[in-house]
Design a protein around this ligand. Structure first.
Ligand SMILES: CC(=O)N[C@H]1[C@H]([C@H](O)[C@H](O)CO)O[C@](OP(=O)(O)OC[C@H]2O[C@@H](n3ccc(N)nc3=O)[C@H](O)[C@@H]2O)(C(=O)O)C[C@@H]1O
Ligand SMILES: CO[C@@H]1[C@H](O)[C@@H](O)[C@H](O[C@H]2[C@H](O)[C@@H](NC(C)=O)[C@H](OCc3ccccc3)O[C@@H]2CO)O[C@@H]1CO
Length: 418
């Protein structure tokens, strides 16, 4: 969709191939054959004997000189443009690990985001709900108005701190990994693992895709409907599992999961989904399921009822970042009429979060296929197309413009192409 150039722009147009790619033999000069036949220099005949090779090569270069020079000139202009603009539109970024562009993200983000500030906590904190000094202006997903009571309960069983290992970093180099198909066969895994903070989204797997997407996950943003059923296999033991709340039911789901987990673990008998429950734990398990069945209604997709994650890893994202993404990056109204529903994707939200927390923000796996491209799969891990997003309430072309603006500003850089 957002590709800035394609091989078609610089190579001769394809005549015979239906897939629109250039036939390699078209690039070979034509030569008179032994009996007046015209053959390409790639064909196997006497004229390709070793003695004639230098002659052929010179002839080839002579004939294609214009094209070669054209391609070379275009390539040089692109290299120059990329270096000049300090962005990675055309080429993957090569970052010097020893330098830290301290203050650069803040300076550039302030150009794009009105009233930009790093003063807001990343995660919701219990102390802000004991005595609400400044009530939130908006309801979920842009604020916590009306959710104060459930938050009092939920925040008393979750944590809000940033792990010490992140706090002590002198430079927070962050990679935000989108779920896009462009990561497939990208071999970006090793590079992604070098970042201090790797942010992943929803139920995107790493297991089996390490070479392309890496295996490090510092934070994973998700909502109940996008929670992976087996969080332990796709995260690290210290990954922060960051709930993005969209509706009050999301808090209730998290509370039920965590409370029940606490109750079950108190008996020291947490039942793995795959293991056989012992008889002693059955009443507890039934209680667990009935609590969760009560919160089951009200979701647009079945969330996990058993979720085997360590409660110490769980955080609740401050809806402030959703507000900034919607209002400042997408210019959405905070008070949308009920019919016109549009909200930011989790990926754009994650980029916004990174802009408020990191010293360097690189993205990978962002970019949807063109809307006319009905067959292209959208994810690196499953075979679904844009059609599956028909009821998604996102405007991905609008978001692409916002991301492109950030790339142009040099505020973020791209590890894959966009
Ligand atoms: C059917 C549906 O509702 N799909 C939504 C899915 C779905 O709910 C989850 O995957 C859970 O199954 O979630 C979303 O997004 P999804 O989980 O697909 O992808 C996460 C983020 O990666 C970026 N992305 C993804 C694919 C692609 N080709 N290009 C991209 O740039 C986007 O920024 C995206 O946000 C979501 O939460 O935003 C948005 C999707 O619209
Ligand atoms: C970041 O948004 C997430 C995902 O990308 C969206 O596609 C998804 O949109 C759903 C929307 O949140 C649902 N609205 C409510 C109020 O729950 C909407 O509900 C309609 C519906 C209801 C019952 C059964 C099916 C559909 O469904 C949208 C998806 O089709 O929101 C995600 C965050 O929750």
């Amino acid at each position: 969709m957002m590709g800035c150039w394609s091989p078609k722009d610089v190579l001769p147009s394809s005549r015979g191939r239906e897939d629109g790619l250039v036939d390699p033999t078209e690039l070979l000069p034509t030569l008179p054959g032994p009996r007046g036949r015209t053959v390409t220099s790639g064909s196997h005949n006497e004229s390709s004997s070793p003695r004639l090779m230098p002659l052929l090569l010179i002839k080839m270069i002579n004939k294609s000189r214009g094209k070669i020079l054209g391609v070379l000139a275009l390539f040089l202009v692109m290299v120059w443009y990329s270096i000049y603009r300090e962005d990675s539109f055309y080429f993957p970024v090569q970052e010097n690990k020893t330098t830290c562009p301290l203050g650069e993200v803040e300076r550039k983000a302030a150009q794009l985001i009105g009233n930009y500030t790093r003063d807001h906590p990343l995660f919701l904190q219990l102390k802000d709900y004991f005595w609400v000094k400044t009530p939130s202006l908006y309801e979920l997903p842009y604020g916590t108005k009306g959710s104060e009571d459930i938050l009092l309960r939920l925040l008393s069983i979750t944590h809000y701190s940033l792990p010490e290992s992140i706090q002590r970093l002198k430079c927070r180099r962050c990679a935000v990994v989108g779920n896009g198909h462009r990561l497939r066969n990208s071999s970006m895994g090793e590079t992604i693992n070098t970042y201090d903070v790797v942010i992943r989204l929803n139920n995107a797997p790493v297991h089996g895709y390490e070479q392309d997407v890496g295996s490090k996950t510092t934070m994973r943003l998700f909502y109940p409907e996008s929670a992976h059923f087996n969080p332990r296999t796709e995260n690290n033991p210290d990954t922060l599992l960051v709930l993005v709340p969209f509706k009050p039911m999301d808090f209730q789901w998290m509370e039920a999961i965590l409370n029940d987990k606490k109750r079950v673990s108190m008996v020291g008998n947490w039942v793995q989904p795959s293991s056989q429950p012992t008889l002693g734990v059955l009443p507890l398990l039934l209680g667990h399921i009935s609590v969760l069945l009560q919160v089951r209604k009200g979701f647009w997709k079945q969330p996990p009822l058993i979720w085997d994650a360590n409660p110490e890893q769980v955080r609740i994202l401050n809806p402030y970042y959703m507000e900034v993404t919607a209002a400042k990056l997408l210019n959405l109204s905070m008070k949308q009429p009920r019919k016109v529903k549009q909200k930011p994707t989790t990926g754009l939200l994650a980029i916004t979060l990174a802009l408020h927390f990191c010293d360097l923000v690189h993205i990978a796996g962002f970019g949807y296929p063109d809307s006319a491209n009905k067959k292209q799969t959208i994810h690196y891990y499953e075979q679904i197309t844009l059609k599956s997003m028909a009821a998604s309430e996102h405007n991905v072309s609008h978001e692409a413009v916002a991301i492109k603006r950030m790339l142009e500003l040099g505020l973020i850089r791209n590890l894959t192409y966009f």
